[in-house]
Design a protein around this ligand. Structure first.
Ligand SMILES: CC(C)(COP(=O)(O)OP(=O)(O)OC[C@H]1O[C@@H](n2cnc3c(N)ncnc32)[C@H](O)[C@@H]1OP(=O)(O)O)[C@@H](O)C(=O)NCCC(=O)NCCS
Length: 198
């Protein structure tokens, strides 16, 4: 299934530098060094290369994507899919590329992929103070559902648990189609984009 994502998206991303187009492709082992380099800049407890490699070794239950500009990794996201529940485990964009529409494109492609693979609901944890990320997640229908006390001990912060329900429905498909229009990517089910059913 992931192979279908090999085809690069070339939406003529206006915010890419020097006219370079953004590509969103499956994360491969060769991307991990660059992913971890970004991870170390944006997270207080970065994942190790070994952790990423072990995630990539379980493609049946994992989906990981990278955003590339001129072949260089500028962002990434990943998830675990178990029993119809997709858990977004990570998302990050290099600081100099943030607020340029890359995170939302990554999440859009990931959610389409998870739907295509049978997700009925999605969940994630986010730092309470990370309101920017929470705004992004709300656009995909995530709503607060609980608090994990001191989930991020390295920054002494609680984790907000968010869920997006009924992502296998037609109304959620319409939400994704609306997002696709906003970000200038093809809708779910279009050539190269999974997640067009039901
Ligand atoms: C959170 C993160 C992945 C978002 O990626 P990004 O490329 O910067 O976000 P985008 O430019 O795609 O933003 C899309 C939309 O999300 C919302 N959004 C994203 N960041 C926001 C912020 N800091 N403040 C307010 N809204 C924000 C907005 O609705 C935005 O649309 P707009 O720019 O038209 O207003 C990125 O900022 C990041 O890597 N942060 C550090 C790591 C992190 O916090 N990861 C999440 C852990 S749970």
């Amino acid at each position: 299934m992931l192979r279908r994502l090999h085809r690069a998206i070339r939406p003529g991303l206006p915010e890419a530098r020097d006219g370079a187009a953004l590509e969103i492709v499956p994360m491969r082992r060769r991307h991990v060094r660059q992913v971890v380099a970004i991870e170390e800049r944006i997270f207080p407890r970065p994942w190790s290369p070994a952790l990423y490699l072990s995630e990539l070794a379980s493609p049946a239950s994992r989906a990981y994507l990278v955003a590339l500009v001129d072949g260089a990794v500028v962002g990434y996201t990943g998830s675990m899919l178990v029993a119809g529940e997709g858990h977004v485990t990570t998302i990050g964009v290099a600081p100099e590329w943030q607020r340029r529409g890359i995170g939302i494109k990554l999440l859009y492609r990931l959610v389409c992929e998870l739907r295509d693979r049978g997700a009925k609901a999605l969940t994630l944890e986010v730092r309470m103070s990370n309101t920017g990320a929470q705004i992004l997640y709300r656009r995909f229908g995530f709503v607060p559902a609980g608090v994990r006390k001191n989930y991020y001990p390295e920054v002494n912060e609680d984790g907000l648990v968010m869920w997006a329900y009924d992502v296998d429905t037609r109304s959620y498909l319409e939400r994704l189609a609306e997002i696709s229009r906003q970000i200038g990517l093809p809708p779910p089910g279009a050539d190269g984009v999974p997640g067009g059913g039901p």
